[in-house]
Ligand binder design. Structure first.
Ligand code: ASP
Length: 588
């Protein structure tokens, strides 16, 4: 038997017991006649003491131990003279009577401590060492607990976990597919699923009624800072439901998770229409931890005084409480912020409401104090507040002001990661016009149902049709989204037509789903949550990477296993692939 206890287990009540422990040497210290070793495993750290006086040979052996050696120690649990209140095992230590080195270890390339000296890339290359760190392991423990709680909740609510295939048909729409060549079908390819969307709908046709799956999904997108090419969804679908049923069910799940994991009773989730979210926050995932809602100012500023405003379709402002003292340098910084290509505004107008009364503004020379007063009033500002104003094309300017709002929320410390504000955003547009492609795309996906009352406009005014689609948003992050689906064969065909697919093309690409709809499809709907993101939110961190055991880096690479990598000519031949990719790989 390698061990009698773990390194997180022993307490004062065990004093006097003979135990055997195993683990990794976190650190060792020689203090004259004593050598102390901190022994670590997944469960904690226990101090082991080797005494020169009782066993000089053993003590000498202990002095040879390097960091991260794997050892087995036998000894007696004894009360410590100087206790360590920071460790759960800090009241005791093990007076060692034997030591066995199970495996020596090279010196790790970075310190395996809460605050490691290893940079991101180095820790990713040695991810198995990074995972030994408490803080990283705790993230995986959180992920595990959430997964278990979700499965329990879903099971109790009558959902069945059903696996769907990973080798699927490549379909257009959505993101780019990862494809897998088929050896047995030369020249043909599978795709890895971007989500089990069509399969879960088929499961509803199959009468499974309530389906869920914690499932890996794959999207070959350019990676932004916090995207992974493979990620995990909690994917769900229900038959015989309306939007309200879905919202109730998953609001229940989320409240349950917050209750068990955080001990927090969340209030009922408010609902906000998409248009309202865009008008008030410039985002379809508003962060409600703080106010600073937009005030529309086009009607407030008089015409004919400032040509930039005259030419702007929309003018909007946010009131930043208590920030009238911002210096020139600070307002310049904000101007630079909004002018960055990612934000894309042309400039920033500010209006400082001075605590002693009066204003100081970058548009002083265009507007009278009374006119500025009217603006301040419209924004509900008082002395000491700062009003930040953007102007331009309506849709773009709202988004830019939304980004400035978030920036100000961060600067003012109003975005506490452990203050959770959850809401549903509903009534999304069904379609989105793509200027470049010159056609409409489904905003969610092509299986999303229009609101019944908007359906007659599908062909005549497609841009105005709203969808029975919804997103769950927490602290400005879209954690989940879904819709009521089209279950009528004809309506699905009309939808594909609006998206520019001929009947034949739609049949070729999506025939299996459309055909299924001819065999008795129940009304159905569902949603999917980003599970990695949810874990990060619960952990109060921004990056999903820290919640995935073996993530890819920003270039989509696994630097530990060095994938992707070239494959041999023999493999290429077997797959009938004639590409230059192999050569390119070699020359790199
Ligand atoms: N399959 C959708 C997605 O991945 C979610 C859903 O509609 O259920 O975004």
């Amino acid at each position: 038997m390698y061990r009698t206890h773990t390194n997180g287990e022993l307490r004062l009540a065990h004093a006097g017991q003979e135990v055997t422990l195993c683990g990794w040497v976190q650190r060792s210290r020689d203090l004259g006649g004593m050598t102390f070793v901190d022994l670590r495993d997944r469960y904690g750290i226990t101090q082991v003491v080797f005494n020169m006086e009782t066993d000089a040979g053993l003590c000498a052996k202990a002095r040879e131990l390097g960091r991260e050696y794997v050892i087995e120690v036998k000894g007696k649990v004894t009360e410590r003279s100087s206790k360590n209140p920071k460790l759960p095992t800090g009241d005791i230590e093990i007076a060692a009577s034997s030591l066995r080195v199970l495996n020596a270890a090279k010196t790790p390339p970075f310190t395996i401590e809460e605050h490691s000296d290893g940079g991101d890339e180095l820790r990713m290359k040695y991810r198995y060492l990074d995972l030994r760190r408490d803080c990283v392991r705790k993230n995986l423990e959180l992920r595990h607990r959430l997964g278990i709680e979700i499965r329990k909740y879903m099971d109790e609510a009558g959902f069945m976990e059903i696996e769907t295939p990973f080798l699927v048909k490549s379909t257009p729409e959505g993101a780019r597919d990862f494809v897998v060549p088929s050896r047995m079908n030369p020249g043909e390819f599978y795709a890895l699923p971007q989500s089990p969307q069509q399969y879960k709908q088929l499961l509803m046709v199959a009468g499974m009624d309530r389906y869920f799956q914690i499932v890996r999904c794959f999207r070959d997108e350019d990676l932004r800072a916090d995207r992974q090419p493979e990620f995990t969804q909690l994917d769900c679908e229900m038959a015989f439901v309306e939007q309200e049923d879905v919202l109730q069910m998953f609001e229940g799940l989320m409240r349950h998770l917050f209750k068990v994991e955080k001990g927090v009773d969340l209030p009922p989730f408010p609902r906000m229409g998409w248009q309202t979210a865009m008008d008030k926050y410039g985002s379809d995932k508003p962060d409600l931890r703080f106010g600073m809602e937009f005030t529309a100012l086009k009607e407030v500023f008089p015409q004919g005084k400032f040509s930039v405003f005259d030419q702007s379709e929309w003018i909007g402002g946010i009131r930043v409480p208590g920030a009238a003292g911002y210096t020139r340098k600070q307002t310049d910084e904000l101007t630079d912020f909004v002018k960055r290509p990612q934000v894309g505004a042309n400039g920033l107008v500010y209006l400082k409401c001075l605590p002693e009364g009066g204003f100081k503004s970058s548009v002083d020379k265009f507007f009278s104090p009374a006119e500025l007063e009217a603006v301040a009033q419209a924004c509900g500002a008082k002395g000491g507040d700062l009003i930040l104003i953007l102007a331009g094309k309506a849709a773009r300017t709202k988004v830019a002001l939304g980004q400035l709002r978030l920036e100000m929320g961060s600067r003012l410390g109003l975005r506490d990661p452990f203050d959770y504000k959850v809401l549903w955003v509903v009534d999304f547009p069904l379609l989105e016009w793509d200027e470049e492609a010159g056609r409409y795309f489904a905003m969610h996906h092509p299986f999303t149902a229009p609101k019944p009352e908007d359906e007659p406009m599908l062909e005549t005014e497609p841009g105005k049709v709203r969808a029975n689609a919804y997103d769950m948003v927490i602290n400005g992050v879209e954690v989940g989204g879904g819709s009521i689906r089209i279950h009528d064969h004809d309506l699905q065909r009309r939808m594909f037509n609006v998206l520019g697919f001929s009947n034949e093309e739609a049949q070729r690409q999506f025939g299996f789903l459309m055909n299924a709809f001819e065999y008795g499809a129940p009304p159905h709907g569902g949603l999917a949550f980003g599970f990695d993101r949810l874990c990060a939110l619960f952990g109060g961190q921004d990056s999903i990477r820290d919640y995935i055991a073996f993530p890819k880096n920003n270039a989509g690479r696994d630097t530990m296993s060095e994938s992707p990598s070239p494959i041999s000519q023999a493999q290429l031949d077997e797959l009938f692939l004639r590409t230059t990719a192999g050569e390119k790989g070699k020359s790199l």
